[in-house]
Design a protein around this ligand. Structure first.
Ligand SMILES: Nc1ncnc2c1ncn2[C@@H]1O[C@H](COP(=O)(O)OP(=O)(O)O)[C@@H](O)[C@H]1O
Ligand SMILES: C=C(OP(=O)(O)O)C(=O)O
Ligand SMILES: [K+]
Ligand SMILES: [Mg+2]
Length: 591
């Protein structure tokens, strides 16, 4: 038995019982071949959805985390995947070996929905280390232009590219600008400097000769000595170390350490007077410095997937950068991520997020600019606005800070990670843990296992907050896509389908489905590698590259047979498919 429902757009308002074209002889499942104006929902009830197969569950090893994942622990465990996977010809599908193993052996429901971003630094810049991170679930590699040379970053980008080409991964590159807030110099090559209680340190805009004199710190902001006053409090890294300003001598500012601690190269500096953050002339510093523009040119030339902008103050800077990038990057589409890490960015939050292609809750600097106890509510608000406006959102900084030094996280860190997962942020980010920590792979494994466990718990308990999803479409056609995705996600939850399939050229339809945070994973099929990489930042999407046409029937046939041939899907699995070529919702069992 087959059922169909038709909806007409206003240009064809007369309700009619017009039947759908009869399936042609060799159709194995109902497919619509209707004009794009006609939205159809066809449901094949040939099998009871409840009995439709979830792929057999394989006994799961938990990597010692209780997460119920089966990821092998070393890159070698995956062997060499079939070479066909990475030939981007019209008869193949690009998928990485980790996803392939995961789907094959563990079924759809087990897949992780929350995406993982790793900052690449000295601990992880080699090909082997990058591969271990990709195998461990890294979806996006972040390079921080605060550190290292362009040559260094270029080599990292090349290695990630090679990993994608050779192993089928779709690891995206995110370049993060330095921004022009006040920070310390690079400590003359030392990896850190320890300040003890009561010690007198000199902060100066003068560059010091090497070796750096004892207890001296170079400051990057020329107005520093003029702007601070005796009695001000100077905070390194938002309070990891504190000083009191005791004397000014020309360009040198003498400070007494009041809270001892370790200072890292180029650590952020803020100064406070009478309990408030002082924002003198430094508030006028440009969001994008001249060095940042050169880094942005570098990012465009290298074809990075995302550019994250530090210390965004307003939507204008995002709009300006977007037009700059659009004019210069002809064949690639670079997404712009606004880092929310200043008081100004909180003031103009909605318009900044609206202008951007995504946002980052950059809690490191944010926690240095607003009282720490206000950071959790700011995070909650940023995540909520991003989800409502359909922009991917990353929760960043200090998620597993103790793992820079220790192989296990604190209970409080696990609770923090689980809260970000529960808020259903798109992605979690490692900073020092993966850039220079001692246990980058273990830190990534903790993010992975906590994500999978919390997602599963919340699905089982059906404990999601009801989030209003306001209309975001700017055209009628966009509104149709949006409604289709909301309906498809709802149907998927109510029918307990195994997967949503979306065929998308630009990625927009996939992001609309992701926004609904459905129970089942979303297989996103797209024809270009760059869109596939960009989709890798978004919640719940498993991006595949496959070439497809406007004919949904042949697209479905082709993907089913490619996925079946690789053991990633089995007959009988219940799927809902949507596409941005033909605005339809199709429900079917895999033949
Ligand atoms: N490319 C790099 N080269 C050297 N060290 C790096 C690099 N990227 C990151 N790091 C190290 O990792 C730490 C954490 O990275 P991140 O959070 O991105 O920077 P920051 O601490 O400046 O905000 C940095 O303080 C720095 O010590
Ligand atoms: C992610 C952040 O930015 P950066 O690491 O570049 O300071 C942050 O401040 O939290
Ligand atoms: K940065
Ligand atoms: Mg920051």
């Amino acid at each position: 038995m087959s059922q169909s429902l038709h909806f007409f757009t206003p240009s064809n308002l007369t309700f009619s019982k017009q039947s759908l074209p009869k399936p042609s002889c060799n159709r194995r499942f109902p497919v619509t071949t209707l004009s794009p104006k006609l939205i159809s929902i066809k449901a094949s009830t040939s099998a009871d959805p409840n009995s439709s197969t979830t792929p057999p569950q394989v006994l799961i090893s938990d990597n010692g985390t209780g997460a119920g994942e089966i990821l092998p622990s070393t890159p070698e465990d995956y062997g060499t995947p079939p070479s066909q996977s990475f030939l981007s010809d019209s008869s193949s599908i690009d998928v990485d070996a980790v996803t392939e193993v995961e789907l094959k052996e563990n079924g759809f429901r087990s897949t992780r929905r929350t995406k993982l971003v790793c900052t690449i630094g000295p601990a992880t810049c080699g090909f082997e280390e990058l591969q271990a991170l990709a195998v461990g679930g890294m979806n996006v590699a972040r390079i921080n232009m605060c550190h290292g040379t362009r040559e260094w970053h270029k080599r990292v980008i090349e290695r990630v590219r090679r990993l994608n080409e050779e192993k089928g991964f779709a690891v995206a590159i995110m370049m993060d600008t330095e921004g022009s807030e006040i920070h310390m110099g690079d400590l003359g090559g030392a990896s850190s400097a320890k300040a003890e209680d009561g010690e007198i340190w000199t902060f100066s805009v003068r560059a010091f000769d090497l070796p750096r004199p004892e207890r001296t710190i170079n400051v990057n902001y020329d107005g520093f000595a003029e702007d601070v006053k005796v009695g001000d409090e100077l905070l390194v890294d938002g309070g990891m170390v504190r000083f009191e300003v005791i004397e000014k001598i020309g360009p040198d500012v003498k400070c007494r350490c009041t809270d001892p601690g370790l200072m890292l190269p180029r650590a952020n500096l803020t100064f406070w007077r009478d309990g408030s953050l002082v924002r003198e002339r430094n508030a006028m510093l440009p969001t994008i410095s001249s060095k940042d523009w050169l880094d942005i040119d570098f990012g465009i030339a290298e074809g990075v997937d995302f550019i994250a902008i530090s210390f965004v103050k307003s939507a204008e800077v995002i709009n300006h950068l977007k037009s700059y990038v659009a004019a210069r990057s002809r064949d690639s589409d670079i997404a712009i991520i606004a880092k929310i890490e200043s008081i100004d960015s909180l003031r103009n939050l909605e318009e900044i997020i609206q202008a951007s292609d995504g946002a980052m809750v950059a809690r490191g600097d944010l926690g240095a600019q607003i009282p720490l106890e206000q950071v959790p509510s700011a995070q909650q608000k940023i995540v909520q606005i991003c989800r409502q406006l359909n922009k991917p959102v990353i929760v960043a900084s200090q998620l597993l800070e103790s793992m820079i030094e220790y192989p296990t996280p604190t209970r409080a860190e696990v609770a923090d990670v689980s809260e970000a997962v529960r808020q259903r942020a798109d992605a979690l980010m490692l900073s020092g843990e993966s850039a220079m920590g001692q246990y980058p792979d273990k830190a990534l494994a903790v993010l992975r296992s906590v994500s999978v466990r919390i997602e599963k718990w919340w699905r089982e308990e059906k404990r999601y907050e009801a989030m209003e999803l306001p209309a975001v479409g700017s055209s009628f056609s966009d509104s149709i896509s949006e409604e289709i995705c909301i309906s498809a996600a709802k149907m998927a939850n109510n029918l307990g389908v195994d997967a949503l399939f979306v065929y998308t050229k630009t990625g927009h339809m996939a992001s609309l489905l992701s926004r609904c945070r459905p129970d089942c994973p979303i297989f996103a099929f797209t024809s270009t590698k760059s869109v596939r990489r960009r989709l890798n930042l978004q919640w719940g999407l498993i991006p595949f590259r496959v070439s497809f046409s406007d004919d949904m029937e042949s697209n479905l046939n082709k993907t089913f047979s490619l996925l079946k041939a690789r053991g990633m899907i089995k007959s009988g699995v219940l799927v809902i498919a949507v596409s941005d070529m033909l605005q339809s919702i199709q429900v079917m069992n895999v033949p």
